[in-house]
Ligand binder design. Structure first.
Ligand code: AMP
Length: 396
């Protein structure tokens, strides 16, 4: 892997693709600074080596238009505060003005350029736009995992113009390492906990992961497609009838590969999709009509605790219940507690993909697992076994 520690930035300008796509409130204050903090070690390394940093990112979805509400100038103060260096800003992404600002940049200084997505060329992966960007640095550093699954100008194409001088930043390297730990080098038993709403959105992950894991926990809304496929009665639970064949096939494949699949045996059923609904604990294959399963039940959680505590490598993607509603959040919280305990006992635990991070943060587990991925879609595609274009571009 070409990592940032292999390079020295003395008297060099680092062109760093960061992910500063942060949430802003109506007064343009940054309401979650995680992504800025996550990029800090890479920026500091460049400055401490005696170089300067040109930061580029997108913010929101301006769709090729200059939208003042989505200008990166709004976050300049926050970035300065977090990095501890006054960040300069230039109100364009390419062109003479930007090149001039880069030339004037001294060692130890940071320049943030304007939102890349004010140009359609960014998302189109336009080669000449990427070439213009490449003029803004001597070394290209990609530290944006959140966009690594996109072949955009700044995330992928620009790397072509730095055949020798390109590397991963610390954040991206950590993401790659964590995924490899789960998918390739993890200590056995390896466990994947897959929750979320639908089988259809997780199917490629399940198929890919069957070759990597010893145990697979299927939870959340996916439960009911598996239960009904095996002849169970799921009442009004979320269920994809057209995926039942597939669910049976998965179970067959898992058996052939010696993967133990754990599906909830009991659930918390509700008479409405609402936090105020009446609830009862029922067997997952005997849910009466008019009732729907919205969380894992106590017998299920006891069983899952055993499985989680004996695992040495754990991947967790997706809540096991409708965690947004307090009355159906217990299962997801308990799973978090078990993963916490397993981690304390020495297991490596990775949480990531889609909504999982939101659930983990909501319940304060982000510091209790080994690693929380910063990429939703990028993580899902990695788990599907795809090579992300932003990562491939550095390795080429
Ligand atoms: P995903 O983005 O696929 O990981 O799905 C996350 C969503 O799945 C969350 O918003 C949960 O509320 C939802 N979910 C989890 N369990 C259930 C369930 N039993 N019924 C309906 N939705 C569920």
């Amino acid at each position: 892997m070409k990592v940032i520690d292999d390079l020295n930035f003395k008297n060099k300008k680092a062109l760093i693709r960061v992910d500063f796509n942060v949430p802003l409130d109506e007064n343009f204050n940054v309401t979650d600074t995680n992504r800025i903090e996550a990029a800090k070690p890479t920026i500091i390394k460049v400055l401490e080596d005696g170089g300067s940093a040109v930061l580029m990112s997108h913010l929101g979805r301006p769709k090729g238009e200059r939208n003042p509400d989505l200008s990166l100038k709004h976050i300049c103060g926050k970035v300065s505060e977090i990095i501890g260096v006054d960040v300069k800003f230039v109100d364009d992404s390419v062109g003479e003005n930007v090149e001039k600002a880069v030339q004037e940049l001294q060692n130890g200084e940071i320049l943030l350029i304007e939102n890349l997505r004010f140009y359609n060329e960014e998302t189109a992966g336009d080669k000449s736009f990427a070439e213009q960007l490449s003029k803004l640095g001597d070394i290209y550093v990609n530290d944006a995992f959140g966009t690594a699954h996109r072949a955009h100008a700044s995330t992928t194409i620009v790397a072509q113009f730095f055949p020798e001088n390109k590397c991963f930043g610390y954040l991206l390297a950590k993401e790659i390492e964590s995924i490899e730990k789960v998918m390739q080098t993890g200590e056995k038993p390896v466990l994947a906990i897959l929750g979320g709403a639908k089988v259809s959105s997780k199917i490629t992950i399940i198929e890919n992961i069957l070759d990597k894991v010893d145990h697979l926990i299927v939870g959340g809304g996916m439960t009911y497609t598996f239960v009904k496929a095996q002849g169970g009665q799921v009442g009004d639970s979320i269920c994809e009838d057209d995926k039942m064949e597939l669910a049976l096939e998965i179970l067959k494949k898992a058996k052939a590969k010696n993967v133990e699949v754990h599906i909830p045996v009991d659930v918390i059923a509700a008479d409405d999709f609402s936090n105020d609904a009446n609830t009862k604990t029922v067997d997952s294959d005997k849910i009466p009509d008019g009732w729907q399963g919205l969380d894992a039940g106590p017998a299920t959680l006891a069983k899952l605790k055993e499985v989680i505590l004996k695992s040495k490598t754990i991947l967790w993607n997706g809540p096991v219940g409708v965690f947004e509603m307090e009355n159906f959040s217990n299962g997801t919280i308990q799973i978090g507690n078990f993963v916490d305990e397993a981690t304390q006992n020495g297991a490596f635990s990775l949480v990531g993909g889609g909504d999982s991070v939101a659930a983990v943060k909501q319940f304060g587990f982000q510091n209790k697992v080994s690693y929380v991925s910063t990429g939703g879609g990028a993580m899902l595609e990695s788990l599907e076994g795809k090579t992300l274009p932003g990562i491939a571009a550095i390795l080429e």
